[in-house]
Design a protein around this ligand. Structure first.
Ligand code: PMP
Ligand code: GLN
Length: 395
């Protein structure tokens, strides 16, 4: 078997599966270890899929994606200021498939791709499957995991082919701001690099604005934008995403899709067309719910001397600095599950710079999240006292 294909990063979710197994066993477990919205897909989208299926949408569909859907997605990007049409898009089975396909169509063995870390756990395996190499560029947890363009530039070599960036960011919820995007775009133009922009959390911004880097001068021809309905519309299980890029790349992707995917399900694409017509207030409701949950966690952890929440401006996750406890992030996560029935992911799963942090998903209701945060705080204080009995004032 080829070692180009490997589920690197899969081990990150071991603790999640342990938590699910305990839950299935009847234990009261709060699962904060996966980024799957706890909302159901809005009813109108479900109805649309059922109607389409009943209407006979059971056949092969357009390999590149239904024209009406590509047109609707293109219209959304045109509203962001991008001069694109349906020929700039291919529909894929989620953003994950889009990432994999784009990497296959852009990269050759020996290429280097710069990826700020911590980063989403599948990136390394996606890149390695092409024979290219992921070059990690550390981001500082003390600075809220903000991306420093100077650090990116310092990592560029003659083999660098692309940057793979993700804003809003998994796991930190951090946003790349307009000045940083401008500096990154300048780097891409000067060093003739592709910019792969993973924007799956773009609809979940609480403070600040999303900027699609393809809209910057000279960037449309070197940007590959990847997104999906998974998070914005609570549709993770539908597997509906897309890649947007220059027409030549999209044609190349269509050749790959022809032999890999042969089109996404017809009825799901029909439902996706209707999903894109969801009234903005319905999507805003989900976003506001995540924002309120973020605030709940920040408030619950605010007075705790053993942990520090890194307040995210976007997304559905947050990082918590647990270094004061003296535990490794894996040990913290393991003990939190064993002793408190709460599952979180170890920051280290996302990269060495997130050692000493854990990632919480904002995927349970506010009341449960408040209770879990309080238990996380008291567990952390217990761990801190084990390490140094005088660390906390007597109560
Ligand atoms: N990119 C990032 C940063 C993610 O967190 C995820 C997982 N939601 C994906 C891509 C894959 O998303 P999808 O469900 O659309 O495949
Ligand atoms: N992207 C989500 C996360 O980071 C879930 C993806 C998955 O379950 N593989 O938790």
């Amino acid at each position: 078997l080829t070692d180009r294909i490997a589920g690197d990063g899969a081990a990150a979710w071991d603790i999640h599966y342990r938590a699910l197994a305990r839950q299935a066993n009847g234990d009261d477990i709060t699962i904060l270890s996966v980024g799957d919205p706890d909302f159901d897909t809005p009813g109108a989208i479900v109805e649309s899929a059922v109607t389409s299926l009943r209407g006979g949408a059971t056949h092969y569909s357009d390999v590149q994606g239904k024209l009406a859907l590509r047109q609707a997605i293109a219209d959304d990007y045109r509203r962001q200021g991008l001069a694109v049409g349906p020929d700039n898009l291919i529909v894929t089975a989620g953003a994950q498939c889009g990432l994999y396909a784009a990497a296959q169509c852009l990269l050759d063995p020996g290429d280097e791709v710069l990826v700020p870390e911590p980063c989403y756990v599948t990136y390394e395996a996606v890149l390695r499957a092409t024979g290219a190499e992921m070059v990690q560029v550390p981001m500082d947890g003390e600075a809220g995991f903000r991306l420093d363009p100077a650090a990116l530039e310092a990592a560029i070599t003659p083999r660098t082919r692309a940057l793979l960036l993700n804003s809003p960011h998994n796991p930190s919820g951090q946003l790349i701001d307009a000045d940083t995007w401008a500096a990154i775009a300048e780097l891409c133009r000067r060093h003739d690099l592709w910019l792969i922009s993973d924007e799956v959390y773009a609809e979940l911004i609480f403070e600040g604005e999303h900027l699609c880097p393809a809209t910057l001068p000279g960037m449309a021809e070197r940007s590959v934008v990847i997104s999906s309905l998974s998070k914005s519309h609570a549709m993770t299980g539908w597997r509906l995403g897309w890649v947007l890029g220059p027409e030549a790349l999209i044609q190349h992707l269509s050749h790959l899709a022809l032999c890999m995917l042969y089109g996404c399900p017809d009825f799901i694409q029909d439902a996706a067309c209707d999903a894109l017509k969801t009234p903005p207030h319905e999507l805003a409701e989900m976003r506001e719910t995540y924002r309120a949950r973020r605030d709940v966690v920040c408030e619950a952890l605010a007075g705790c001397p053993a942990v520090t929440a890194v307040r995210p401006p976007a997304g559905m996750f947050m990082m918590v600095d647990i270094r004061a406890t003296g535990l490794s992030s894996q040990a913290f996560a393991d003990r939190l599950l064993d002793e408190e029935g709460i599952s979180v992911l170890s920051g280290e799963a996302f990269g060495p710079s997130a050692a000493g942090f854990v990632r919480l998903g904002l995927t349970v209701d506010a009341e449960r999240l408040a209770a879990a945060s309080q238990r996380l705080a008291s567990f952390a204080e217990r761990a801190l006292c084990e390490r140094d009995p005088h660390a906390l004032p007597p109560t």
